[in-house]
Design a protein around this ligand. Structure first.
Ligand SMILES: NC(=O)c1ccc[n+]([C@@H]2O[C@H](COP(=O)([O-])OP(=O)(O)OC[C@H]3O[C@@H](n4cnc5c(N)ncnc54)[C@H](OP(=O)(O)O)[C@@H]3O)[C@@H](O)[C@H]2O)c1
Length: 270
């Protein structure tokens, strides 16, 4: 059944993997699409298939989000196209090698894509969303945001940024009619793993989710109003307890007096 129109969803990293599944699902939910990635052929064939299947308008933007010119082009589009109602910040790369075996220039490129591009596109989207009191931002983080020991540390750090930034957006945009969600996928069967340096078939099958299930669960989490969605975590109260403990500590993190365990007022320096 054809759904009523709901505005345009712009999805970064939409040429394959998780982003391509978001494109499929958001078209089925009634959104026109703008698909952003570097691979023109893949974008074009996905756009053709999705517009044939869904009847939605599907545009593509070929852009490398690690290049200033490519990023500015997409920023400008996000900032000026008043029909965009959903931004999915999905484009990202990872690495499985430890710091000491990683190329620093590649690490910086990762930060540029996973952190800087996501931040700049969010900044481009928010003023219009606030003015229209309507819009959804979905930021694809990772479980390494809260488990940085699992993969490369720069990747973990970049995803911790995505989680913290999303939580701060939820706080700052409260009451303005905007939905913000961070999605924390665990291992998901996509080309991500080839790019990261460990083919996905080397992982135990029981920890790897399909991209279809991942996106369907993440959208179900969005519909439930979750700020943070961890599709693989069976017992949500584990996350809720983690968050409650963090928030409870917040008021005790700043003080004029150092903690007693540092003994500054009882010892004379030698
Ligand atoms: N797969 C997992 O296990 C997993 C787990 C946790 C989180 N995630 C996160 O999920 C998101 C999507 O990953 P995925 O698993 O779907 O990976 P994927 O299959 O490798 O897809 C990555 C997408 O990002 C695009 N991309 C890469 N570099 C880009 C650049 N410089 N500029 C613009 N687009 C670029 C790629 O398209 P082009 O090559 O055409 O540019 C592709 O569409 C990422 O943020 C990743 O960190 C994945």
């Amino acid at each position: 059944m054809t759904q009523p129109r709901k505005g345009t969803a712009l999805i970064t990293g939409a040429s394959t993997g998780i982003g391509a599944i978001y494109a499929d699902r958001l078209a089925k939910r009634g959104h026109d699409l703008i698909l952003v990635a570097r691979n023109r052929q893949r974008l074009a064939s996905l756009a053709r298939r999705l517009s044939n299947e869904s009847g939605r308008k599907v545009e593509t933007v070929e852009a490398d989000l690690t290049s200033p010119a490519g990023l500015r082009r997409v920023e400008q589009l996000v900032g000026t196209n008043g029909d965009i109602s959903v931004l999915v910040n999905n484009a990202g790369v990872g690495a499985s090698a430890p710091l000491i075996e990683s190329d620093i220039d590649k690490m910086e490129d990762m930060i540029r894509l996973n952190v800087s591009a996501l931040t700049r596109l969010t900044y481009a989207a928010v003023p219009g969303f606030v003015a229209r009191r309507h819009g959804t931002i979905i930021n694809i983080a990772s479980i390494v945001a809260i488990a940085p020991e699992l993969l490369n540390g720069v990747y973990g750090g970049s995803k911790a940024f995505v989680l913290a930034f999303t939580q701060s957006l939820v706080h700052e945009l409260a009451g303005k009619g905007i939905r913000v969600q961070a999605v924390l996928p665990g291992a998901t069967a996509t080309e991500f793993w080839d790019v990261a340096g460990t083919p996905v078939h080397q992982l135990p099958a029981e920890i790897v989710m399909s991209a279809d299930d991942l996106v369907d669960a993440a959208l179900a989490g969005l519909d439930l109003g979750e700020v943070v969605t961890i599709p693989a975590l069976a017992d949500k109260s584990e996350w809720d307890r983690h968050e409650s403990a963090r928030l409870a500590m917040t008021n005790r993190l700043s003080s004029a007096i150092p903690a007693p365990r540092y003994n500054l007022h009882t010892h004379v320096n030698a």
